[in-house]
Design a protein around this ligand. Structure first.
Ligand SMILES: NC(=O)c1ccc[n+]([C@@H]2O[C@H](COP(=O)([O-])OP(=O)(O)OC[C@H]3O[C@@H](n4cnc5c(N)ncnc54)[C@H](O)[C@@H]3O)[C@@H](O)[C@H]2O)c1
Ligand SMILES: [Zn+2]
Ligand SMILES: [Zn+2]
Length: 352
């Protein structure tokens, strides 16, 4: 057992307003039975953290004031709770933020990511914009030997991208990625790594991200000045792509996916839609015999196993998507940068 400080300061949502974070003092948690205590090495900023920063309706309903947020993280095991045999002190791990009961029908059928009694680490309870946190051992996934902690921390969004892509065929297939936020950019890169034959990347007006998509393996990049559906059909001999993935949250993009996927093809939707609920052209879905699938989280644990392989083989160009790293002291600047959109993934590093 390493000697641990009794207290720590952590970024905590303390005020009922936009921003509203303070560096508050907390006791260092002790791991309960079945849990491990992690010393945080890197935590990346997610779109969810931006919602909590803006303090929108969803955040006000889900995040209790006083919560330490942050859920995309990696670190080092520093203590074991009673009964933990799967981990040792010193192990490097990354976190699956969906906390599952492992007993409900959804967990039993292999869909723990939609556990009926689930909660999210760093949203409903304390998370990882803190130097230490406790988590069920099963949620602490071992990372490939020697992997940079910043790279290990982004497996939550990389896993979202891979889970979405694998809702349809990838190897030997044509793939369109709509929305080039960090998750869409990871999807472009993962599609390339997984052997897609032709990758079409689509954003609206974020030229910074459109450039990145080219570097990450997109064959064609489209934006608001293009006729998206016509361009995708033209690139696929008039058929449409085998597999369309929607990561933008824009109703227009959802409609584009449906009109530019081949007969019998796959449309996988990770996006969460805001005020503008999309009208779905159902007849097109029916007559084109499309498979439309909502995607949530990551499969526990097949998505993680796939990611482990890809990262271990160096097939994901994490450095290109991870555009900014800063010390945890600059949490507020990191959030502002992520809000501006002039970035890929932003990662906060801890002194450890
Ligand atoms: N279901 C889940 O488990 C889950 C998990 C994480 C994120 N999400 C959702 O996934 C989506 C992607 O997350 P992110 O953080 O990468 O997003 P982001 O908001 O950073 O990026 C969205 C991108 O879409 C682009 N865009 C806007 N309109 C477009 C259009 N009509 N066509 C194409 N692109 C357009 C924007 O310019 C932006 O670059 C979000 O909707 C998020 O809420 C879902
Ligand atoms: Zn996230
Ligand atoms: Zn369950």
């Amino acid at each position: 057992m390493e000697s641990l400080p009794p207290t720590m300061t952590a970024w905590t949502k303390t005020r009922d307003e936009q921003g509203g974070f303070s560096l508050a003092e907390h006791s260092v948690p002790s791991p309960a039975a079945g849990e491990v205590l992690i010393q945080t090495l890197s935590t990346s900023v997610c779109g969810t953290d931006l919602h909590i920063w803006k303090w929108d309706e969803w955040s006000r309903e889900n995040v209790p004031l006083g919560t330490i947020t942050g859920h995309e993280t990696s670190g080092r095991v520093v203590a074991l709770g009673e009964g933990v045999t799967t981990h040792s002190v010193g192990d490097h791990v990354a976190i699956e933020c969906h906390l599952a009961c492992w007993e409900c029908p959804r967990c039993e059928e292999g869909n723990a990511h939609i556990c009926e009694n689930g909660s999210i680490f760093g949203v409903h309870g304390h998370g990882a914009f803190a130097p230490y946190f406790a988590i069920p051992a099963t949620n602490a996934r071992h990372v490939p030997e020697g992997l940079d902690p910043g790279h290990a921390s982004i497996q939550d969004p990389l896993g979202n991208a891979i889970h979405t892509l694998t809702g349809g065929p990838v190897q030997g297939s044509t793939v369109a990625i709509h929305g080039l936020g960090p998750i869409g950019l990871f999807a472009v890169n993962a599609a390339k790594a997984m052997g897609a034959t032709h990758i079409i990347a689509v954003d609206w007006d974020n030229t910074y991200r459109m450039e990145l998509a080219k570097e990450l393996g997109a064959d064609i990049v489209l934006g608001k000045d293009d006729d998206i559906v016509a361009a995708i059909l033209e690139a696929t001999e008039g058929r449409g792509v085998d597999n369309s993935c929607e990561f933008s949250g824009s109703p227009t993009a959802l409609s584009n996916t449906i009109h530019s996927t081949r007969m019998g093809g796959y449309v996988n939707v990770l996006s969460v839609y805001g005020q503008a609920m999309p009208a779905v052209p159902m007849n097109e879905v029916v007559f084109r015999y499309l498979h439309i699938k909502g995607i949530n989280g990551r499969k526990m644990w097949s998505t993680w196993d796939k990611m482990h392989d890809l990262l271990e083989q160096g097939l994901i160009d994490v450095d290109k998507v991870l555009t900014h790293r800063m010390p945890i002291a600059q949490f507020e600047q990191a959030i502002e940068l992520a809000l501006s959109g002039n970035c890929g993934k932003v990662v906060l590093d801890f002194d450890a």
